[in-house]
Design a protein around this ligand. Structure first.
Ligand code: GTP
Ligand code: MG
Length: 208
């Protein structure tokens, strides 16, 4: 099965705007500029469905993308961007926190970290928070094209250690430039949706 349709649905600023059909949702979290919107575009075979920018802080709302009319990707605002004002930060915190703790449709989180750097304090806090509230997390190391393949393992080890991941926790190298990791991530998504016993899972897209 392929991605046959991908649509931007809404930039939600409040829960009242979240979709109401009860379809499964997967949220993308990570620092500003880590490549969340780029990953969504790559996964959906679209160049600019999710807006990307070299200027951090582009995404500031919960952006809903509907895939094959059966699943939502939810693009989060990036955290850890110094220029975001304090009031916006607390607004962000409140919105994300409410979503993470109370959104029943949310099946799991894809947390993105840059393969080149050790995860930040914010990354660690996010990862630990999701664990604490019982949210399943898939960690994706982005921008795999920026370092030589021969050095991936060394960098993945730093990521695993810093996040205190268990050996069984999933960590996937991704590149929105080359498509590295795209099939693997789709396989992981399908597996998790199926495991959740979700009736929608049968129609979730496989790697295109
Ligand atoms: P915010 O919306 O600010 O939170 O950022 P984001 O996480 O959505 O990042 P975005 O996808 O906008 O990407 C930020 C910058 O990194 C852009 O200039 C992208 O082109 C670049 N980028 C993202 N992914 C990759 C990748 O896999 N490889 C390379 N080389 N560049 C990437
Ligand atoms: Mg973005």
């Amino acid at each position: 099965m392929k991605v046959t349709s991908a649509e931007f649905i809404i930039s939600a600023v409040s829960p009242k705007q979240y979709p109401t059909e009860g379809l499964p949702e997967i949220a993308l979290a990570g620092r500003s500029n880590v490549g969340k919107s780029s990953l969504i575009n790559k996964m959906l075979n679209r160049k600019a469905l999710a807006r990307t920018s070299s200027r951090p802080g582009k995404t500031q709302t919960l952006n809903y993308f509907l895939v094959n009319k059966s699943l939502y990707f939810v693009d989060f605002p990036g955290y850890g961007y110094a220029k975001v004002s304090k009031s916006l930060k607390s607004q962000w915190g409140g919105m994300i926190d409410t979503y993470l703790t109370s959104r029943k449709e949310l099946k799991f989180i894809i947390q993105l970290v840059d393969i080149r750097h050790a995860p930040s304090k914010d990354d660690v806090a996010m990862y630990e928070y999701c664990k604490q509230i019982g949210l399943d997390t898939v960690v994706v190391a982005t921008k795999g094209d920026k370092i030589a393949r021969g050095r991936w393992q060394q960098h993945l080890k730093v990521i695993r250690n810093t996040l205190n991941m268990r050996p069984s926790d999933t960590l996937i190298v991704f590149s929105s430039e080359t498509g590295q990791g795209k099939d693997e991530l789709w396989a992981e998504i399908n597996r998790r949706l199926n495991e959740a016993g979700d009736p929608q899972a049968a129609t979730a897209p496989k790697s295109p």
